[in-house]
Design a protein around this ligand. Structure first.
Ligand code: DNO
Length: 355
């Protein structure tokens, strides 16, 4: 595996490449062109400039998170081919610039959903949290308003204000889309992009729906092993793989994370490893990465990745806000650096004990 950190780019991230370079064992970044809109073609020039900026800091691009999917593709509207053509052109440009991993998601309307961005934990740190009760009593159109005050001025990935301004329209677009339709639209998209992925050896890594169940009555399909296997079988190509996000699949306590990892051998292209602390089955908060701070056994997760001979990038995921840092919720420097160091420690111990 390669240890990496997500970086949103100069002007969008409070964390600098120089700081990332100084986290022991972190060699790559997972990044994006944060100011592009879903459906836009990423030019080769901009990709190259991003690459050069990152390599000048002594790091490299380990993958893209995300090239977002236009809603026309998810909904399957008549103009979807135009957006898929653009997506293919972006993949082609990434491939020509020697980038071989793309994370994306197929969630309708909302990307990841949390009901609080700054829940205070007993140690005084603040974390992202979710409680179903809050979702059940909230008008979905007010969702963005209800969390944006705690965003520390950052634009949250998947919650771009331009998108949220069209929220009513978005809900209308999805009114006839159920799980089956969403699966069919994902299949159509994957079938069209696989040839360019084969040509440039690009691994597509779908991110799970977070939380791993339907919110606000919207369909959500990338939620458990059965559905992932269905997705992989319907377009059976090794380039059609997954981002194994422990914190997203782990929201559903029926998902046994180490078992899922072992079952997905060969098709996990990217891993997000983090911990959650459950207060009940539908109320959880994001913990420190350390096993004892949350509900997951992080050793077992890393061991499962080791057992499947996982070679792709791993990144610590959302961190707590600690030591008075002001940053995008979940994406500060300090707690993610602690997370990377802890995960690297687990990995070293696993490797040495297996020799
Ligand atoms: C949240 C992230 C997601 C993820 C996308 C992938 O912090 O894990 O926004 O990047 O779902 O497309």
């Amino acid at each position: 595996m390669e240890m990496t950190l997500r970086w949103f780019g100069t002007g969008f991230d409070t964390v600098t490449l120089k700081q990332i370079r100084q986290i022991p064992g972190v060699t790559g970044v997972i990044t994006t062109l944060y100011d592009t809109e879903p459906g836009e073609v990423w030019s080769r020039e901009r990709i190259r400039a991003l690459k050069e900026e990152i390599s000048a800091s002594g790091l490299h691009i380990s993958g893209i998170e995300s090239v977002n999917i236009h809603d026309a593709i998810k909904v399957g509207t008549p103009d979807r081919d135009k957006y898929i053509d653009n997506y293919i052109e972006t993949l082609e440009n990434l491939g020509k610039e020697d980038i071989h991993l793309v994370c994306y998601n197929f969630m309708p309307v909302f990307d990841w959903t949390r009901t609080e961005l700054a829940r205070v934990r007993p140690d005084g740190s603040t974390v992202l949290a979710y409680t179903q009760k809050a979702i059940d009593s909230l008008d979905p159109e007010k969702m963005f308003e209800s969390i944006k005050g705690d965003a520390n001025g950052a634009i949250l990935p998947g919650w771009e204000p331009e998108r949220m301004a069209k929220i009513k329209e978005l809900f209308d677009m999805y009114k006839d889309v159920d799980d089956e339709k969403l699966f069919a639209n994902l299949k159509y998209f994957l079938e069209r992009i696989m040839p360019v992925c084969d040509k440039y050896d690009i691994n597509m890594a779908i991110h799970p729906d977070d939380p791993a169940w339907s919110v606000f009555g919207l369909p959500r399909i990338i939620i458990n092993l059965e559905n992932i296997q269905r997705m992989m079988k319907m377009v059976d190509n090794p380039h059609n793989g997954v981002t194994f996000c422990a914190g997203s699949y782990g929201t559903n306590r029926k998902n046994d994370l180490p078992t899922m990892i072992r079952a997905l051998k060969g098709r996990i292209h990217f891993a997000h490893v983090r911990n959650l602390k459950f207060n009940s089955d539908d109320d959880f908060e994001e913990a420190a990465h350390l096993s004892s701070d949350g509900s997951f056994d992080m050793y077992e997760i890393m061991k499962a990745l080791y057992d499947i001979d996982f070679k792709g990038p791993i990144r610590p995921d959302h961190g707590r806000m600690i030591w008075d840092e002001v940053a995008m919720p979940g994406y500060g420097l300090y707690d993610r650096a602690l997370g990377a160091t802890y995960l690297n420690g687990l990995w070293e111990a696993i490797c040495k004990s297996q020799r």
